[in-house]
Design a protein around this ligand. Structure first.
Ligand code: AMP
Ligand code: ZN
Length: 479
């Protein structure tokens, strides 16, 4: 198991052998969602690939402890501490309280994760749970001279560091291009990239969540969350920190600045970043207005696992362009794959030698900087190999510990669903006829009732010029 995984480390900008701080154990931290809106499928790409990393580590024999935060306070529209407060924006949009918004979108996020077979991290911690920890870190940074108060806020002083731009040799100007949304100057800052550790006298008069602090009533900056939450659960030395590439600057750069200044030593050894999902117009983002969610894909009839498969087909360090055409190809490939695995005869003896040889090939592909498409090739090769069904079935089950595509179960599930469809179809057609009759008699109440009865069974009626059409609301029901 030792040194098996080769992984690209953004800190040194190359692939290197993974060596954890403690033999056999891995501490891993993931930047969680800002829960002011649904996750878009781009966000979910990051979480799928991070899930793949965690499961690869477990498959390779490591014991993993994974922590994720939930950002329910402190994240402004721009990652550089300017613009609106995202949570407040969500609350205003929906006429709800910030905590209602946080609860609703946290639940929605984990629903999406469950549909994508993303494992729940061992620890999930909302930022609002850790205010005393944030305050403590800010106090220490002030004491050590790394922070200053100005205009009611506490800032981190980036000029105190020899190497603030740890991730890149790029110039400050180039890096700022990565900062999202509106960038406005904050006159309180001593240096352009100084960032807020604690806000007081919020510029948002209706700022909902505020806490007492030594600097007045206020709320934490976004970056401090991840430093404190990861240290709270994983200690002073961490193995892996992940996120999407847009987190490299300023978020992760600032996390390192404050954590290492606070600790006085190196903090995290490996920084793993997932590249963006794009569409024809560029990077997928929520600020663009309409954005693609998993529920939208479901309502169009796509199985969420197909989206997972779509992501696994390409490497996490390459941008991935989303299109319905590409997704349709993945639907066909997924159905064929699960049919093939689902049709394997169960029972009988497993050829241990072949099993181990394929298992090793599969693990090697994943351990080669998470080469998921190569891992899928190993799966296809294995299914083509001249060996008994029992061995193939056992291997598919084993590979699925990492791939999480429900390889052995999905086909039976889809077939069972079709069975229901045949029965349902007769019922639907009867109801459509009955509704036609009700409408003819101007009994619109009954017509509406029938529509509602069908909806309860997951069927949507559409009145079109060519007559009444029906479709499934969600074509499969899971968990
Ligand atoms: P947020 O909820 O905005 O804090 O983002 C959650 C995660 O999604 C972060 O790790 C981001 O880096 C990542 N992310 C944001 N946009 C994309 C995208 N288009 N493709 C992949 N990951 C993304
Ligand atoms: Zn973070």
């Amino acid at each position: 198991m030792e040194n098996r995984l080769q992984i690209y480390n953004t800190l040194i900008r190359r692939v290197e052998s993974f060596i954890p701080n403690e033999e056999g154990k891995v501490s891993m931290y993931t930047c969680g969602p800002t829960v002011y809106h649904f996750a878009h499928v781009g966000n979910l790409r990051s979480y799928i690939m991070e899930d793949l990393l965690e499961k690869t580590l477990r498959y390779a024999g490591y014991e993993v402890k994974r922590v994720m935060n939930i950002t329910d306070v402190g994240h402004l529209s721009s990652d550089a501490d300017t613009g609106e407060d995202k949570m407040l924006k969500g609350a205003k949009r929906e006429h709800k309280t910030v905590m209602e918004i946080a609860k609703f979108y946290t639940d929605a996020f984990f629903d999406d994760c469950a549909k994508l077979n993303i494992k729940m991290p061992d620890v999930v911690e909302p930022a609002t749970n850790c205010i005393p920890e944030f305050i403590h870190m800010v106090e220490v940074l002030l004491e050590k001279g790394y922070a200053y108060e100005a205009g009611g806020n506490v800032y981190f002083d980036t000029s105190k560091l020899e190497d603030y731009y740890v991730f890149s040799s790029q110039s400050e100007k180039e890096l700022l291009v990565g900062v999202r949304d509106d960038v406005e100057e904050d006159a309180n800052k001593r240096n352009r990239n100084d960032f807020v550790l604690w806000f007081t006298r919020s510029k948002f008069e209706d700022q909902a969540l505020k806490w007492e602090s030594p600097w007045g009533i206020g709320y934490p900056g976004w970056h401090i969350e991840c430093s404190c939450i990861s240290m709270k659960h994983l200690g002073e030395y961490m193995d892996i920190h992940c996120g999407g590439v847009d987190n490299i600057f300023p978020h992760h750069t600032n996390e390192i600045a404050q954590s290492e200044s606070y600790l006085g030593h190196k903090w995290c050894n490996y920084w793993v970043h997932v590249h963006h999902l794009t569409d024809k117009t560029g990077k997928m983002s929520k600020s663009k207005g309409d954005f693609l969610t998993l529920s939208l894909l479901e309502s169009k009839g796509y199985d969420p696992r197909v989206y997972r498969f779509f992501c696994l087909q390409s490497h996490y360090r390459k941008p991935l362009e989303f299109s319905y055409e590409a997704l349709d190809n993945t639907v066909a490939a997924y159905e064929k794959l699960v049919k093939r695995v689902g049709s394997l005869k169960k029972g009988g003896e497993v050829d241990r030698e072949k099993f181990n040889a394929y298992r090793q090939r599969f693990e090697e592909a994943l351990c080669d900087d998470l080469n998921s498409s190569m891992a899928l090739t190993v799966l296809y090769d294995m299914l083509k190999e001249d060996m008994g069904d029992a061995t193939k079935y056992a291997l598919a089950e084993d590979f699925d510990r990492v791939l999480s595509l429900d390889l052995t179960a999905a086909y039976a599930e889809k077939e069972a669903d079709k069975g229901v469809d045949a029965e349902l179809e007769r019922y639907i057609l009867e109801k459509i006829e009955e509704r036609k009759g009700a409408k003819k008699e101007k009994n619109f109440a009954r017509a509406d009732e029938i529509r509602a009865e069908l909806l309860e069974k997951g069927i949507i009626l559409e009145d079109t010029r060519e007559g009444v059409k029906w479709k499934r609301n969600i074509p499969w029901k899971r968990g």
